[in-house]
Design a protein around this ligand. Sequence first.
Ligand SMILES: CC(C)(COP(=O)(O)OP(=O)(O)OC[C@H]1O[C@@H](n2cnc3c(N)ncnc32)[C@H](O)[C@@H]1O)[C@@H](O)C(=O)NCCC(=O)NCCS
Ligand SMILES: Nc1ncnc2c1ncn2[C@@H]1O[C@H](COP(=O)(O)OP(=O)(O)OP(=O)(O)O)[C@@H](O)[C@H]1O
Length: 201
Amino acid sequence: MSIIKIALTGGIACGKSRVGQILSGLNVDVISLDKLARDVVKPDTLGLKKLIKYFGNDILNANKSLNRNTLRKLLLENKSNQQLIEAVLHPEILIHMQTAIEKLKTKLVVVEIPLLAEKNLTHLFDRVIIVNCNEKQQFKRLIARDNLNLKEAKSMIFAQVNHSLRLELCGKLPTDIIENNLDIDNLTQKTNQLYKKLINL
Ligand SMILES: CC(C)(COP(=O)(O)OP(=O)(O)OC[C@H]1O[C@@H](n2cnc3c(N)ncnc32)[C@H](O)[C@@H]1O)[C@@H](O)C(=O)NCCC(=O)NCCS
Ligand SMILES: Nc1ncnc2c1ncn2[C@@H]1O[C@H](COP(=O)(O)OP(=O)(O)OP(=O)(O)O)[C@@H](O)[C@H]1O
């Protein structure tokens, strides 16, 4: 039987990685596309070379690694930068994802994929988990975690679709929603419950 591929998505800072960590602690294979996105821009990669070609050496730190703050600013500056960065990085990220999935021998894999709905990638998966939280929590968590100002936080949130559109765009896939507005214990409890459902599929 082929592996069940479950997309783990949701708005920025709503708690996808936390859910991924909890599932990973339950021995589920979890692949993070944010992590793969870092791998494809390591020094000397084709990904980083292409970004340098478009944006110049200003996107590098003194040690030649990618300055992620600078790339984030460029991405948020205008739509054409965002499209360019995504056109360079997404194909590489998706190849890495397929390779990682092919290596697995388990019953299911969870892929943390922030832009599932935005990039219309639902056809690559069998099911979806959407982690959602209210806007107040989302701002609070994003600002605290990434040390952004309110304007930057707003731009990151508005670079993505909102929850109802995300839900609509994932419409064809069986969907589980985790509402993450309370504490970590509550999130752990909800994730454990979902885990029991998923391993019995
Ligand atoms: C903009 C970058 C440099 C910011 O790096 P940083 O280390 O601060 O954040 P990190 O990579 O952990 O991403 C945090 C979150 O930002 C959001 N995000 C990232 N890229 C995008 C994007 N292109 N559009 C909308 N939201 C995005 C996601 O919710 C993601 O989980 C980085 O996210 C990036 O390289 N983005 C382009 C690649 C991409 O689209 N990645 C998304 C996963 S496929
Ligand atoms: N229930 C919760 N209570 C308190 N803090 C939380 C809760 N859930 C998540 N957080 C915190 O909020 C921040 C955002 O969570 P997380 O990194 O899991 O979000 P994400 O959806 O993966 O974000 P991104 O799209 O940026 O990758 C983190 O600092 C995390 O520890």
